[in-house]
Design a binder for this molecule. Structure first.
Ligand SMILES: [Zn+2]
Length: 461
């Protein structure tokens, strides 16, 4: 007896020590051995010769069943996590939302039960939809409930807080080891740009991109950096979208700020410009798509580690939901599908020389797990961690088509692309959860079931 339930043999494996030609032994849903020439006697062997084996992706930023302006996003927990697992994402980080008058802990408890529908593993960030002394007093209870990160907003009337209040939240959260995430767009800059467009009658969806200029992000990142530097505490900036925002973050770090940066595939691989006016409403998300040059700057920053995390902000709406408001960008529900295409897109970028496979594994798994408090279970191919991994075949192409994806969105902004490489198999806690079919589609296998992952307070390790 070898003592393994499965041995993965013949691939190039993303280990904490880099890409290595090693065998991976799995026992009881965890990685039990990662080394050359394991004794496989008796154990089933999965031959992955010629393939890359990466940790299952941790998409730290998804919104499942989020209601925006009365419109529910199309992917609830069941569908969003099904889409995730078929894209090689084995853990998602979703957000609670406080109902009006609802306490923070109550909002977390209400959300945790939804994990029963999850097809991949699932952890939570608590949205601070309203910030009151009562909310702040509940942070310790929320951390005890297994939520180690809190999200705040410098944008959006009704949810936005100012830099002073952000500082209070960050300081209170740190007492409990919790990390604060920030949506960094300055609402005043957005309001000025929006008023200007509306005053000219330019409210069609194609004007949306100009309504949230990159200066809004740069101003907000600067303010966040000042709070972090003053307190000496880290702050996690979600969905960084622009070269201007990136430059502001780099300046803030040089001035003593501890900023963790996240960007998303839509800011790397999509852009707005002369080609986008047709159905611009389908591309509405905040922050907005930027220029190709912004995308190139962010790919470089992801490649060299300046930006630690790649996540999706998955929050799809249908074309009908989007088109209903195409004449007024202020009413278009914001959000894009993306959880299933993230890993294929960034794997294509890696095979094309845009970033190393080590950085890909870190940005999509190791770093989000480490920064957000789930590294005791997730994020790396390391003995003792959950055996979540993806087998990727560099010799096959992935054609992107909405008909091949499992989101309930009826479009993908990457429609028609042909990507180098393909997801071959996805394993969740040692079980085969999705596999590429003979027809070239990745389909779920054997009714994959996820569960709630309790985060440890990230600032305590
Ligand atoms: Zn988001």
């Amino acid at each position: 007896m070898s003592g393994f339930d499965l041995v993965v043999r013949g691939g190039l494996v993303a280990t904490p020590d880099g890409m290595r030609a090693v065998d991976v032994g799995i026992l009881d849903g965890r990685f039990a051995a990662v080394r050359e020439r394991l004794d496989v006697a008796g154990a089933p062997v999965l031959d992955v010769s010629g393939c890359h084996v990466l940790p299952g992706a941790v998409d730290a930023h998804v919104h499942l069943g989020l209601v925006i302006g009365g419109e529910p996003s199309r992917d609830d927990v069941a569908h969003g996590t099904l889409s995730a697992i078929c894209g090689g994402v084995t853990t998602v980080g979703d957000f609670t939302v406080q109902a009006p008058g609802e306490g923070l802990l109550a909002s977390v408890r209400r959300r945790v039960v939804a994990a029963v529908d999850a097809r991949c593993d699932w952890f939570l960030h608590a949205n601070l939809t309203t910030v009151t002394p009562d909310t702040l007093a509940e942070i310790g209870d929320v951390v005890a409930a297994g939520v180690g990160s809190l999200k705040t907003f410098l944008a959006y009337p009704g949810m936005r807080i100012d830099a002073d209040l952000l500082g209070q939240v960050v300081a209170r959260a740190a007492e409990h080891g919790a990390l604060v995430m920030v949506h960094a767009e300055d609402q005043a800059v957005v309001d000025r740009a929006t008023s200007h467009l509306v005053g000219r009658g330019d409210t069609a969806a194609r004007y949306f991109f100009a309504s949230r200029p990159d200066a809004a992000e740069a101003v907000a990142v600067e303010a966040v950096g000042a709070v972090s530097a003053r307190l000496g505490l880290p702050i996690y900036v979600v969905h960084l979208s622009s070269a201007a925002g990136l430059a502001a973050a780099v300046r803030a770090r040089a001035a003593g700020a501890r900023l963790y940066l996240e960007t998303c595939p839509q800011y790397l691989f999509l852009a707005c410009g002369p080609a986008t006016p047709l159905h611009a409403e389908r591309l509405v998300c905040a922050p907005p798509l930027r220029s190709p040059e912004d995308g190139e700057a962010l790919v470089r920053a992801l490649s060299d580690g300046t930006v630690e995390v790649l996540a999706t902000d998955h929050c799809p709406f249908t074309t009908a939901q989007k088109e209903a408001h195409a004449e007024d960008f202020r009413k278009v529900p914001g959000g894009l599908p993306g959880v299933e295409t993230m890993l294929p897109l960034v794997y294509d970028a890696a095979l094309s020389g845009g970033l190393s496979l080590e950085r890909l594994a870190a940005a999509t798994a190791g770093e989000p797990a480490r920064l957000l408090g789930i590294a005791h279970r997730k994020g790396a191919i390391r003995v003792g961690l959950d055996a979540d991994f993806v087998v990727l075949d560099p010799a096959v192409m992935t054609p992107i088509s909405v008909s091949r994806l499992h989101s309930r969105a009826d479009y993908t902004p990457y429609q028609g692309r042909r990507l180098r490489g393909a997801v071959r198999e996805v394993f969740l806690r040692g079980e085969l959860a999705a596999r590429r079919s003979a027809a070239g589609c990745v389909e779920p296998m054997g009714d994959p079931r996820g569960g709630f992952v309790r985060a440890k307070p990230p600032l305590c390790h």
